[in-house]
Design a protein around this ligand. Sequence first.
Ligand SMILES: [Zn+2]
Length: 87
Amino acid sequence: MKFTCRNCKEISEVHYLEIKRPRGINQVLFRCVNCEEDYHCYYTNAKIRRLQKEQVKAREEGLYDKASELYNETKRRMDELNEKKGG
Ligand SMILES: [Zn+2]
C-alpha cells in the first residue's frame, strides 16, 4: 500500500510502526520516509493485543465463528479506546 504525504507530497510505501506509550498503550502509525511526518492509525492496549493474537490463532485453527466473535470484541474495545483518546 502506498500513500501520498500531505506535508511533502512524496509517495511512499506504508510501513506500520508500533510505538509504546504510557500505561500499556501502543500507538500504531506510519511515517513518511522523506520528511518523517507521522500518520496516526489507532491505539491498542494489552487487552486488545491479546484479543488480536487470539483472533489470529482461532483463524489458523479454522475456528471462524470464534475468530469473528473475537474480531467484534476487538473492534468494540478499539473503538472505545480510540474515542477516549480522541481518534
Ligand atoms: Zn513527507
